[in-house]
Design a protein around this ligand. Structure first.
Ligand code: ZN
Length: 236
């Protein structure tokens, strides 16, 4: 369960499992009529340079090391860094934002996982890269799965089922004409399979489509839907 907080009239969510890590700053935004609303400041990252992603529903993971930060958005769906004072962000409207840090607070990562990214295993790959690039054991990681479209609303076709190697994450009910995909269960299972302890994975139970008061939703609002922003970084 994530916590809902309000600061300077801006409502956002945080995960206790990440809040418990010294030096790690993070927040999941709710719906934002104005992208310049000061969310980064209330999240504790006022003025931090940000790594931007051009999200393409892939499993591509970027690592941002020393030197200049990239000027242009990086094409891919996850980013990680050990640099302090750098904000990593992903934008979502129904897709799953996943924020990850190690228990010492030395490495952080953010991932965007819609159904395509989830099928491609973007979260699993992010954990693997944290191990290979930074030598961080998955057993030392904690992760938060932010607000996303719930299994209640995530109806999919059989073509989507065929793209997954996780048949157990599809739910079929007599009142539903088609299967529904449990994106949270799929990403949680990938994190645990990659070695993240199950009790250090926290999952938002709020459905973006069911909660127009709190969230943007692509399925509900269509092409013009706004995006929520999820941020994580290391304090400088
Ligand atoms: Zn729903």
């Amino acid at each position: 369960m994530l916590h809902t907080r309000t600061r300077s009239h801006i409502t956002f969510l945080t995960a206790p499992v990440l809040e418990a890590i010294p030096g790690v700053v993070h927040a999941f935004s709710t719906r934002r009529p104005d992208p310049d609303d000061g969310f980064a400041a209330v999240a504790g990252m006022d003025g931090w340079p940000a790594v931007r992603l051009r999200q393409i529903h892939s499993d591509r993971v970027h690592w941002v090391a020393g030197g200049r930060l990239p000027d242009a958005p990086l094409e891919g769906d996850a980013a990680g860094t050990a640099l302090p004072g750098v904000a990593l962000g992903v934008r979502t409207a129904d897709c799953v934002p996943v924020l990850i840090a190690d228990r010492a607070g030395t490495v952080v990562a953010a991932a965007h996982a819609g159904w395509r990214g989830t099928a491609a295993g973007v979260v699993r790959r992010t954990v693997d890269r944290m191990a290979s690039e930074w030598g961080v054991a998955a057993a030392d990681l904690a992760a938060a799965v932010g607000p996303h479209i719930g299994v209640c609303c995530m109806e999919v076709g059989e073509d989507v089922v065929d793209r997954f190697d996780q048949p157990e994450v599809f739910v079929r009910r007599s009142e539903w004409p088609r299967p529904h995909l449990d994106l949270a269960a799929a990403n949680r299972a990938q994190l645990v399979a990659a070695g993240v302890p199950a009790d250090r994975v926290e999952v938002s139970t709020l459905c973006t489509r069911c909660r127009p008061d709190l969230f943007h939703s692509y399925r509900r609002d269509g092409k013009g839907a706004g995006r929520m922003l999820s941020l994580i970084g290391r304090a400088p």
